[in-house]
Design a protein around this ligand. Sequence first.
Ligand code: M6R
Length: 595
Amino acid sequence: MCGIFGIVTATEQPLGPILIEAARRLTYRGYDSVGAATISGAKIDLRKDTGRVDEVAAKYNLAEMSGTRGITQLRWATFGAPSQVNSQPHLDSDGDMVGAHNGNVVNNVELRKMFMEEGLVVRSQNDGESCVHAVERYIDRGLDFIEAIRRANDDLQGDYAYVIGRINDDKLYAIKKGSGLVVGIGDGFTCVSSDLPSILPLTRTIIRIQDGEIITLWADHVELRSVKDGSLIERAPEEITETMSSVQKGGYAHFMLKEIHEQPQVAREVLHMLAGSSDVQAVVDQMKNARNLYFIGCGTSYHACLAGAVYFARLAGRAVIPVIAPQFIPQYLPTVGSQDVGLFVSQSGETKDVLNALYAAEKQGMQCYGLANVIGSTLTKASICSLPLCCGYEISVPATKTFTNQIITFLYLAYRLAGRDTRELDAIPGLMEQTITLTTPQVQAITPDVNAWEDCYSLGYGTTYPMALEGALKLKEITYSHCEGMLSTEFKHGPLSAITEGFPVLFSVSPEDVPVIVSGINEVTCRGGRAIAIGQENASLRANASDLIVLPEASPEISSLLSVLPLQLLSYYMSVARGYDPDFPRNLSKTLTVD
Ligand code: M6R
């Protein structure tokens, strides 16, 4: 995810402060690089680098930039490492056009090769630059901007939006194809952005852009055209009346629900990043040759480590030691050395428990890699290299989208280690979408009954065991009730005594483990308990469980990932029904930088 913003004004004016503020408001979309460009007559002023908005703004004095048009971009690296040259906006070959994009141009590698063969000046690996060159080559052939963007649209594959401008012109141009884009119309200016929060402080008159639309922005009006045939599109502006806070939640009641629904999209982003990353092979090679391999994390990230260990063993025949970070030092530190590899997993990249383990392991010579969401965090800097989770900001304290992208990354690495075709994983985002749509009403239907209890269990087996633990953590974290996660077969070794009439027990079921789970279900139901199964449609589950929350058909590993989505939804709806704020549960903090 990245963020773009562009503005057109009637007269030359200081645009730097506007661009900085717009960038700040888009930082949730990307924060490893920032850039700004202003156009004034025949001059383009372009300043950009890696770092956070305030760092780059201070280092390059973005505040002093002025012009009649301005563009800013927040980057979340997918094509090309975070670096100054890969930062956006990008110039065309002769430096008289400038543009920036948000999204993924999936044929970027092929396009860059073609541009270089045609003699265009390609400066970076970034796919945003490909958008600029894709337009440039048609402008060079004498087409006007709209025609050039239409033709470029045939060449650029993927989902993206971009904004572009040229010297000695009074307009900016933008296109939306799959990525978000909104236009703002103000007094003496128009603007365009990936999202509303950067527009609303300037104006509340907006036009929502749809896929396949090209926008021309003048200072006093905008024009929409169809990319298909260039025809004019009439759309009346609308007035935004919601508060900034509800706008930031994207129409959802809470960030948690928004982030649950963002999971398919960020899954696409991480799969795309992994397919294009040169670091993946290096990490996989190290893992292959390691004496012992450790996955280390806390809380939700530890549950992802557990799942990763299951996938690595099952798919690639590679044993892994999953460790809760603070247990690493007392239990394993004396045994590790330079032949061992550790993958340190953390959404924030700042969890002290994880960093303590990392620093201690490094001292012993262990090869330490990271898997983190926050680029530029301590973990990403302290490890040899760190794979990004590509989730954008996760604001809600309960981790959701970062968990599923950790799982997807582990699955991807296991596939690579096993030499399996990773394209099988491309089905995941669509399956996640189906799961959220299918299971939301099913979950809402059982919420009042489960919510009547202050206790419940969440059980799983094999691939679903880590998901059951994660579901239990989510329930505890935001409903303040007790939920214990455990291996389903362990239940009869003690906790079964808790069962009374109606006592809820959740069973996450992978298709291959139905028989063993059905045994556990019957142990609960024959004592009057309520066994709520989460799995694929199955006659035996249907006949034995009290309720079956139905998942779409998928392989056992992918199915286990899907089973966590209804557990996230259940904890969310229970929390809201209890009158709590799931985004900010009492006593908890998103980032734990203490021992
Ligand atoms: O930032 P991290 O992934 O290192 O955080 C670790 C845990 O504090 C975190 O996963 C916590 O368990 C979540 N808030 C649970 O939803």
